[in-house]
Design a protein around this ligand. Structure first.
Ligand code: NAI
Length: 475
């Protein structure tokens, strides 16, 4: 088996944590039971690009239990948990000397070159074969396949320009080496039946590609299952934003002024958690609806420029770019903490910061850097501006990821087993499946659901067994 992880001897520790996580992931475990006999993913060759954590290990082994062949990478250079990666490679029945699990190409602290090399490896099936499904988080795997196929069709890879970000140069280098006569990327694109996308940012990319007529295969938007974005993005971040701050800095949050940029699902979770710790939380927003929500939830809402000099902690949650600029950072208080929990690192202008005259970077520990300005004051930047909950801590806990990943497994089955029902386009899962995912998590929390009577169901115009809401209901 080909694979590349940091240290296979961590597999035993990883396996112990996977065992504990399985108990906390009732949705995934019940899907394993439900489909054990029918094996709906037999024949599926799934390339996964999603943070290689303990929770993801349970997802991967669920896909395998349903019959799939899988190859995996992380979707961020800092988010791999090395013991999880090792345990997945060794597998539940293998040993360090005889690994029998799944090929994983991921370790914590990859360079950008290594990151894209790993993505290519996981897309390269042995014996010249190709994957037929992608499970993506943020859309990097989908992007590589689309760009490779596009440039093969055009017959050339356009060079990157000086204005392009560093990462684009890395991608162009990789494609220049691999776009070629054997039409590798075209073959992969043609063999993919579909992609299931985990996060807001990746979903934006998919809708854009579809709108521009560039999407080459159908996609399921897993993010907008209610049991994903209204749980993982919100309650997951409510947990892991504090975890990231604590593990990185251990600064006391109570009494501090914290600025949350963006009051979408992630921002709502972060603002709530910071307030829970006793921080005075200020929100920035561009959308009047979300701004009004934040105000009515009791937060001050203003612009970053107004508060940049008085806040102690900054968290960007927008999925947009250039939210905190180098000029903002220069005006911050001494030792202000600057972090991003959105998908990509361009929410904070790290390139601009590093070009600031006289600036010195002083690494405190991995993923925690003090940047000292020429006047002697400094700021603390977490995870080099990449998502801090996965870079500085271990991301979301198992229970909330069980909701997200049960949606992922159901979406993979839908696209793989019912391909003809999904012409090229971007779809969300039907509400009855969303409700099913929620239902699978109730017992573990001791929730007793009230049952509708037939008369009540008729009165509100639903079936006793659901779905209980119309598609436009917003939760
Ligand atoms: P969302 O679309 O619900 O929220 C983003 C909010 O930011 C919106 O309300 C938008 O109006 C606001 N916004 C946009 N530009 C802004 C600006 N210049 N200033 C202030 N506010 C601005 O998206 P969601 O689901 O909250 O996701 C946000 C990001 O977090 C995405 O990149 C997503 O992929 C990522 N994400 C990260 C997770 C993690 O574990 N780190 C988990 C889930 C999502």
């Amino acid at each position: 088996m080909d694979f590349k992880v940091a240290d296979l001897s961590l597999a035993d520790f990883g396996r112990k944590e996977i065992r504990l996580a399985e108990h906390e992931m009732p949705g995934l475990m019940s899907v394993r039971k439900e489909y054990a006999a029918s094996q709906p993913l037999r024949g599926a060759k799934i390339m996964g690009s999603l943070h290689m954590t303990i929770q993801t290990a349970v997802l991967i082994e669920t896909l395998v239990a349903l019959g799939a062949e899988v190859r995996w990478v992380s979707c961020n250079i800092f988010s791999t948990q090395d013991h999880a990666a090792a345990a997945v490679v060794v597998g539940p029945n293998g040993t360090v000397d005889d690994p029998q699990g799944v090929p994983v190409f991921a370790w914590k602290g990859e360079t950008l070159e290594e990151y894209w090399w790993c993505t290519e490896q996981a897309l390269t099936w042995p014996d010249g074969d190709a994957p037929n499904m992608i499970l993506d988080d943020g859309g990097d795997a989908t992007l590589l396949v689309h760009k490779g196929a596009e440039y093969e069709k055009a017959g050339a890879v356009p060079p990157a320009t000086a204005e392009d970000p560093e990462e684009w140069h890395v991608i162009i280098d990789l494609l220049t080496r691999t776009v070629g006569a054997d039409k590798k990327w075209t073959r992969i694109a043609e063999s993919i039946k579909g992609v299931t996308e985990e996060t807001t940012t990746g979903v934006h990319r998919l809708y854009e590609m579809h709108k521009n007529g560039q999407l080459l295969f159908p996609a399921i938007n897993v993010n907008d299952s209610v049991t994903k974005s209204k749980f993982d993005n919100k309650y997951g971040c409510r947990h892991s934003v504090i975890d990231g701050l604590n593990r990185a800095t251990d600064v006391l949050i109570g009494g501090k002024v914290a600025v949350v940029c963006g009051y979408g699902d992630v921002g709502k979770g972060c603002a709530d958690a910071l307030r829970g710790q006793g921080a005075r939380v200020i929100v920035t927003e561009i959308d009047p609806i979300c701004a009004l929500q934040a105000a009515m939830d009791g937060f001050q809402v203003t612009t970053l420029e107004e508060v940049v000099g008085i806040a102690d902690i900054f968290v960007t949650c927008t999925g947009n770019f250039n939210i905190i600029t180098a000029e903002h950072m220069a005006k911050m208080k001494h030792q202000a903490i600057v972090s991003n929990i959105g998908h990509f690192d361009n929410e904070i202008d790290m390139a601009g910061l590093s070009r600031t005259e006289g600036i010195v970077r002083n690494t405190i520990k991995p993923q925690v850097d003090e940047w000292v300005f020429a006047d002697g004051h400094s700021i603390i930047v977490l995870a080099e501006g990449r998502l801090m909950n996965l870079g500085c801590a271990t991301g979301h806990p198992s229970f909330v990821m069980s909701n997200s990943f049960t949606n992922q497994v159901i979406a993979q089955i839908e696209l793989f087993a019912k391909t003809s029902e999904y012409p090229i386009g971007v779809y969300t899962l039907p509400k009855h499946l969303d409700e099913k995912v929620a239902r699978l998590h109730l017992d573990a929390l001791g929730v007793k659901l009230t049952e509708l009577s037939k008369e009540q169901a008729a009165y509100i115009g639903v079936h006793v067994e659901g779905p209980y809401k119309s598609d436009h209901y917003r939760y």
